[in-house]
Design a protein around this ligand. Structure first.
Ligand code: ADP
Length: 228
């Protein structure tokens, strides 16, 4: 599903963010990525959806070798990989419904399918009744639910989340985690970078710790392992 072999990433300014990552993540896993700031977590995540390219080594996502993937083929990869960010990144002039529908319109799905599927994912995240709202009429937790709905509307095989609860209060964070668990139960692989000691130590999953651009720990049902 996700295979990295001796992956290095050196940015143009000379910073080596990743220094030899070897990893294998199977379909349906739920994985936390932890580690101090600047460890390379975001870079690791960006390699999976080809926001950044590895400088060395191989990254294979769902049998797609990202090393040889052409720019014009990147949208194909993005159908398999949904992405969620700390700051939601919704389009503020579009309604909740339109934010999600947009992801299907760009791949030219039929209007009928779009309508059914958007309402389906809004139902899954509990926001059907807010389809006509604008993002700034919603709470932070609701906005993140919209971002989750948008990320899963294409039925991706993998969902990647970079600090998805970083801007949310603890109660809202638990709700968001339940949504991720629900998506994972349906078979989607989840990779989540987080600084939340409480979430990691309570909702036990595989934990991959990165420090200085290398994996220093990889445990099933692991602990956060750092001070909060
Ligand atoms: P984390 O997500 O664990 O905080 P990052 O992957 O964001 O770590 O960063 C790892 C290292 O790479 C840091 O030293 C950071 O400053 C550097 N870095 C991240 N993005 C870039 C970039 N676009 N250009 C140059 N250096 C970067």
């Amino acid at each position: 599903m996700i295979k990295m072999k001796d992956v290095h990433k050196k940015y143009k300014n000379g910073v080596s963010a990743l220094n030899g990552i070897d990893i294998h993540i199977e379909k349906g896993e739920f994985v936390y990525i932890v580690g101090p700031s600047g460890a390379g977590k975001s870079t690791f995540i960006k390699l999976i959806y080809r926001e950044e390219k590895a400088s060395k080594g191989s990254v294979v996502i769902n049998d797609i070798d990202l090393g040889t993937l052409k720019e014009k083929e990147v949208p194909l990869l993005r159908r398999d990989v949904g992405v969620i960010f700390q700051d939601f990144r919704l389009l503020n002039k579009l309604t909740v419904y339109e934010n999600i529908a947009y992801a299907l319109e760009v791949i030219e799905e039929s209007p009928k399918h779009i309508r059914t599927r958007v309402m389906e994912v809004l139902d899954l995240v509990g926001l059907k009744h807010k389809a006509r709202f604008l993002p700034d009429e919603l709470s932070g937790g609701e906005q993140q639910r919209v971002a989750i709905a948008r990320a899963i509307v294409n039925n991706p095989i993998i969902v990647i989340a970079d600090e998805p609860t970083g801007n949310l209060d603890p109660d809202t964070s638990w709700d968001i985690m339940q949504t991720f668990e629900e998506i994972n139960t349906r078979g989607t692989t989840i990779i989540m970078a987080t600084h939340s000691k409480e979430l990691v130590n309570t909702i036990k999953k595989r934990v991959i710790a990165i420090e200085g651009g290398v994996i220093v720990r990889d445990e099933d049902r692991g602990e956060y392992g750092y001070e909060a």
